[in-house]
Design a protein around this ligand. Structure first.
Ligand SMILES: C[S@@+](CC[C@H](N)C(=O)[O-])C[C@H]1O[C@@H](n2cnc3c(N)ncnc32)[C@H](O)[C@@H]1O
Length: 838
């Protein structure tokens, strides 16, 4: 039985049998009589139905299926298949979705508030138990102003219908229950008819925005089956909810409540009371009411300044800046007003800093310091913003210091982006891409970017959530907190940034890059953001892992997020997404490599890149075989790579690829043993001969004409191990030959004959194809340095190898931390030192 399932049609029949067999085997092993549903499910697989998620079932099972199969053959199986329950959930979700769709357009039954409220708790429990959310067929947010919609009652709603051109005017009743990324509640209309409501990506202050008994509008409502299987009104787009605070003038009579009876001063006092209690949302509402009540002159300035402070606390930086500027009197004759202007400028500057508008922040601070040159807060913030401006301009960062400051409490960095070395352009067959705006040398920074949103597993219980997506009928893990955080942040983001992010690739294009403010809210299409995240999110290591770069060894590059199709639910819990870096396209022969420091991505050149060349990194590591690489890129990102490496590998027969995979596995294991016990291995000729035979066997699997100029990465571990052994045995010539050969296999020409002008001159990419640098190169160069030091005339060359190793180390790690270990080992006893090359 093959351990990997090939996705082509031909193999499907055999796979179907295998999966059905595996499922039956699993049940047999568990001595469980198949429930009728499982039986039906297995039968359907067997008979060829369900082809659409056949592949997923295979993927889900493939890791376990060999164990299950072994079990059927009488071998004791160690693991049980955790995927079976997932398969069954997927099956249920499918059935429920089909049932719901068949009810489209049916009349809704009238319900009493008590019935709906009684069901609410039960709905929350079942949602928690199942703990997955369904993504329906995407539908757009309402872009029509409220005034243009016809108000309807709950009784007019029909099932599985989007009520376009209509709006509900409803009252919230009972509690709001937050489960994963959705908030459950209940509403009733003027007739006392009630219904449950499910709000996705709700504003974190929803309970304050819509306290119980508050009336609000819901634009273009959608009645559907909820997560619990019961009927609910589902709200996916936050802007579809319009509170009566936000009503357009023509409808404002609805909101004529007690706000008219209090004075602006009274509202300000109420706001201050809330502010003292740190109830910022309510404080903000009270200050808004003070403005509506006609605050004037000094009161207007005070309220605006206070509102700016509240908006800063709520993370609504654009509004914070607008209010701070509205609070400036420009009256320098009155020392009190002047002092208050200093405060307002500081709030404006703080908002600009958070918006990452560095030049604007500096300008705000200059105005502040003109009024009060020694203002401590102003001077301090000016220092920070000048550091950001310098990072943005020069791309100089104190990476070791940034790493040192990272912790679970502080996983984000305070830095500016450095993107000016790249330009957005069109990449043939790949959509948009990033291109070098100037020549970039191996090891240099290409870009540094802080994530638009980053989420860390310990910050949220919903960092990843199981999701059933009705479009591909796919049940998978999804970085739900990142999705929710992004939808929420976009509500309060300047339109230009919203447009930039909305331009990113996603299967469903929704509103595209159109930015719209309707009824006081930024309209964000939650489904569009879902698909953008699916195609553009990156998995990021936790700070603890990032700090491991301080040890000698190169941090593992982690694949971009998006469910790995070979492992359902295998999604990383720390995720981020970047507006600029997301534009980098894939190649198995990349010229860039990335690493993360907290929530920042650092992209470096792994070869010399000429101005105008496209920047490419590997979404999937080239060390996977071509079948696996293409299956991954197709499933997650919807494209098939057509690089030279994929082309060459595709031309090879299955037999050759299989032979190579087997030899690579054996060679990798032996190389690992050798470098772990290097001194011992160097003494044992039989091990050396075995390694040499394996090396030759592996080499023999490559057709050199087909691989002309292309890397053969699988050879590196055994070559590196042999180079070290030769070095330790004093076999200088063989060691040099092996190192040069190893570089050749990686796609580089390394000159080990005479010192060049610069260390970099000794290494050049082979003609024809792009190449990449990898961690093993550092070890190979260190071995080269050691072997060259043995000969007096090669001392200069030895030091150049060391320098080259350092350049590559930094290209891969971004920090020098840890390289000193290599230096120390090189300087220690020449004979006994061993380098950790793994
Ligand atoms: C992270 S985005 C990269 C930016 C994207 N090209 C754009 O225009 O927004 C990933 C998407 O780019 C495209 N892409 C990336 N690398 C590609 C490649 N080697 N060949 C074809 N399409 C590619 C695919 O559409 C993929 O889903």
């Amino acid at each position: 039985m093959p351990s990997r399932v090939s996705p082509d049609r031909e193999g499907l029949d055999a796979q179907r049998q295998e999966v059905a067999h595996a499922l039956a085997g699993y049940l047999q092993k568990k001595k469980r009589k198949p429930t009728s549903e499982i039986q039906i499910y297995a039968d359907r697989i067997r008979s060829g139905e369900h082809d659409d998620f056949m592949r997923q079932i295979s993927f889900a099972l493939q890791d376990q299926s060999h164990l299950i199969m072994a079990d059927l053959g009488g071998e004791p199986a160690e693991a049980q298949s955790p995927e079976i329950p997932t398969l069954l959930l997927m099956h249920d979700a499918n059935v429920q979705h089909k049932t719901a769709s068949s009810r489209r357009g049916q009349q809704r039954a009238r319900q009493d508030s008590n019935i709906v409220l009684a069901a609410l708790d039960q709905m929350a429990v079942s949602q928690k138990e199942e703990s997955f959310v369904t993504i329906p067929e995407p539908y757009p947010p309402c872009t029509a102003p409220l005034e243009s919609l016809e108000v309807i009652k709950l009784s007019q709603l029909t099932t599985e219908t989007h009520h376009r051109g209509e709006a509900l005017f409803i009252e919230r009743i009972g509690p709001l229950i937050v489960t994963s990324i959705l908030t459950l509640g209940a509403v009733k209309d003027v007739d006392g008819d009630a219904e449950a409501i499910e709000i996705y990506h709700a504003d974190p202050h929803l309970a304050d925005m819509l306290p119980a008994s508050t009336l609000f509008f819901l634009k273009e409502p959608f009645l559907t089956r909820g997560a619990s299987g019961k009927s609910v009104i589902r709200v996916d787009h936050p802007a579809d909810i319009v509170g009566i605070d936000n009503l357009p003038k023509s409808l404002s009579s609805i909101a004529s409540d007690q706000s008219a009876t209090l004075t602006a001063l009274e509202w300000k006092e109420i706001g201050n009371g809330y502010f003292t209690k740190q109830e910022y949302f309510k404080a903000g509402q009270a200050y808004q009411s003070a403005l509506k009540a006609g605050a004037e002159d000094k009161l207007l300035l005070d309220v605006s300044r206070n509102l700016a402070r509240v908006e800063l606390a709520l993370g609504r930086y654009e509004k914070a800046r607008t209010n701070a500027l509205a609070a400036i009197s420009n009256d320098e004759s009155d020392p009190n007003l002047k002092a208050l202007d200093v405060k307002a400028y500081f709030r404006a500057a703080s908002a600009s800093y958070q918006l990452r508008h560095w030049a604007q922040c500096e300008a705000d601070l200059r105005k502040l310091l003109a009024l009060s040159p020694n203002n401590d807060d102003g001077v301090r913030l000016l220092g920070r913003v000048q550091a950001r401006l310098s990072e943005q301009k020069r791309g100089v960062y104190d990476f070791p210091q940034l790493l040192k400051r990272l912790s679970r409490q502080q996983p984000r960095v305070d830095i500016a982006d450095f993107t000016k070395r790249t330009l957005i352009g069109s990449s043939k067959g790949r959509g948009r891409g990033l291109f070098a705006a100037e020549d970039i040398t191996l090891g240099e920074l290409i870009l540094v970017e802080k994530a638009f949103v980053a989420t860390f597993e310990w910050e949220s219980t919903t960092s990843s959530t199981k999701v059933y997506d009705v479009r591909p009928k796919k049940f998978d893990g999804f970085p739900a907190a990142l999705w929710q955080g992004t939808v929420q942040k976009l509500q309060h983001t300047p339109p230009q940034t919203v447009a930039e992010i909305s331009c990113l690739t996603g299967r469903y294009s929704g509103l595209g890059s159109k930015t719209l403010k309707v009824d006081g809210s930024q309209v964000v299409d939650a489904f569009q953001i879902h698909d953008i995240i699916a195609a553009n999110a990156f998995a990021i290591p936790s700070p603890a892992k990032t700090k491991r770069t301080e040890a000698f060894g190169v941090m593992k590059t982690i694949l971009p997020a998006g469910a790995d199709p070979t492992k359902a639910m295998d999604i990383p819990d720390n995720c981020a997404f970047f507006s600029h870096a997301s534009l980098v396209n894939h190649s198995c022969l990349p010229n860039a490599t990335r690493m993360f420091i907290g929530d920042a991505m650092v992209l470096r050149a792994t070869k010399n890149i000429a101005k105008g060349e496209e920047i490419l990194h590997a979404y999937v590591l080239p060390s996977f075989g071509v079948t696996e690489r293409q299956m991954r890129t197709e499933t997650v990102w919807g494209f098939r790579c057509d690089c030279k490496l994929c082309e060459a590998e595709s031309e090879e027969s299955e037999e050759v690829r299989g032979r190579r995979a087997a030899a690579e596995g054996e060679a990798g294991r032996l190389a690992n043993d050798i470098v772990t016990h290097l001194a011992d291995a160097a003494q044992r000729s039989n091990i050396i001969r075995q390694a040499e035979r394996l090396y030759a066997r592996l080499k023999g699997t490559f057709d050199l004409a087909l691989y002309e100029g292309l890397p053969r990465a699988g050879m590196t571990p055994i070559q590196a191990a042999l180079a070290q052994v030769y070095c330790l045995r004093g076999e200088q010539s063989r060691c040099r030959t092996m190192i040069v050969d190893a570089f050749d296999c990686l796609g580089w020409t390394l000159s080990l004959h005479k010192a060049g002008g610069e260390a970099g001159d000794l290494l050049s990419p082979k003609a024809g194809h792009q190449t990449r640098v990898c961690e093993e190169m550092v070890g190979l160069l260190a071995t080269a340095c050691r072997v060259l030091r043995e000969s007096k005339k090669d001392r200069k060359l030895a030091e150049q190898m060391r320098e080259l190793a350092r350049t590559i180390y930094i290209a891969l790690n971004s920090v020098e931390n840890g390289i000193e270990k290599m230096d120390a080992e090189l300087d220690a006893s020449k004979k006994t030192a061993s380098l950790p090359l793994r």
